[in-house]
Ligand binder design. Structure first.
Ligand code: HMG
Ligand code: MG
Length: 302
């Protein structure tokens, strides 16, 4: 698998949206600057959602404006036309709409059915196309739902095909609660790839049960080459009970580099970004690679 993989760093959005400790706009901008400096060119920086639903993402407009001078592609979540308008006022060039493969999570997360969410996205996609804005499409709960339990691959296929046909350039498949295992992940990727070309698929796996790297590897064997990850393994969704962080960017980079896949990411700089945000949050990173490298540094310097 000696090809390139595109990493979408979601730490500043998914990573921080569920944190109890408020992180200021200035600190979020500094975090993004460090991530870009570490060689991660695509960063999801915020969300134009209800401030009551996710107060942690308040200030996303300032964050986006604050990083717009940096070289990089910055993504923001948009749930509806109101969010779209706010994203455009802030200068967003790439937005992400987010649906679910399961009804229970759709209701909890965005207060509507899956079909209603698609109806909300339609005018957003029409306006985005007219404005020359790229739209990514997330699908949550692709390998299980905290409310509905098992999720059939066909349910994921249906939403993926719909979002792709509506104009999303990429469909990011979210294992929101990190319950998937490699054979199921592989079967899912195969099922979706038979309806949406595999080069338009991304994997967004939370690591709740420690399966994310194995699931990514299985998906890569099916040809998927876009991986969402969060520095330090930050992350979780306030509306997905039990979900922990995203797969850690450090762990993904370590795996890819070990497979001979060049990522262009400077691990030392990435670790520095993770350590700084961990310091602000008041706890060490959950990333195994970050922990190992921090321990190694300590040994060398002591
Ligand atoms: P609602 O209550 O049904 O919406 O929420 P509404 O249209 O009835 O509006 C209610 C209030 O929200 C109104 O304000 C609106 O103005 C306001 P009020 O009159 O009460 O003061 N409002 C907004 N404010 C700011 N920006 C907006 C916006 N829209 C309405 N865009 C809504 C529906 C979708 C807005 C709400 O449920 C919401 O914001 N949900 C977001 C939840 C969220 O951000 N979840 C985390 C991200 S998804 C995720 O983490 C999964 C992912 O990582 C993939 C994976 O892991 O699976 C992507
Ligand atoms: Mg997520």
């Amino acid at each position: 698998m000696s090809e390139t993989v595109r990493i979408v760093e979601v730490g500043p959005r998914d990573g921080l949206q569920n944190e109890k400790t408020p992180i200021s706009v200035a600190d979020r901008i500094a975090f993004i600057e460090r991530l870009i400096g570490a060689g991660l060119p695509i960063v999801e920086v915020g969300a134009f959602v209800s401030p009551k639903a996710v107060p942690q993402m308040v200030g996303s407009a300032e964050v986006l404006r604050g990083v717009s001078h940096l070289p990089g592609e910055f993504h923001v979540l948009v749930p509806n036309e109101k969010g779209y308008e706010a994203s455009q006022t802030a200068g967003a060039k790439v937005i992400a709409v987010f649906a679910s493969a399961s009804e229970g999570f759709s209701r909890a997360n965005i207060n509507c059915t899956v079909a209603e969410s698609i109806e909300r996205f339609k005018p957003v996609l029409v306006r985005a196309k007219a404005d020359g804005i790229k739209v990514r499409g997330y699908i949550s709960c692709v390998l299980g739902c905290p409310f509905d339990g098992e999720v059939k691959p066909q349910a994921v296929v249906d939403v993926a095909k719909t979002l792709f046909d509506l104009g999303c350039y990429e469909i990011s498949l979210g294992d929101t609660i990190g319950v998937g295992t490699p054979v199921k992940a592989r079967e899912l990727m195969r099922a979706v790839a038979s309806h949406v070309p595999v080069q338009h698929l991304a994997m967004h796996f939370h690591d709740t049960y420690g399966q994310a790297l194995a699931n990514l590897y299985a998906g890569m064997e099916e040809g998927v080459r876009v991986i969402d990850s969060a520095a330090g393994g930050l992350g979780g969704c306030p509306y997905a009970p039990g979900a922990t962080g995203n797969v850690a960017t450090e762990d993904v980079i370590y795996m890819l580099e070990g497979m001979g896949i060049r990522t262009g990411v400077d691990m030392d700089k990435l670790l520095a970004a993770t350590n700084e945000v961990s310091r602000l949050l008041g706890r060490p990173p959950v990333s195994r690679v970050a922990s190992a490298l921090n321990a190694k540094k300590k040994r060398v310097t002591s």
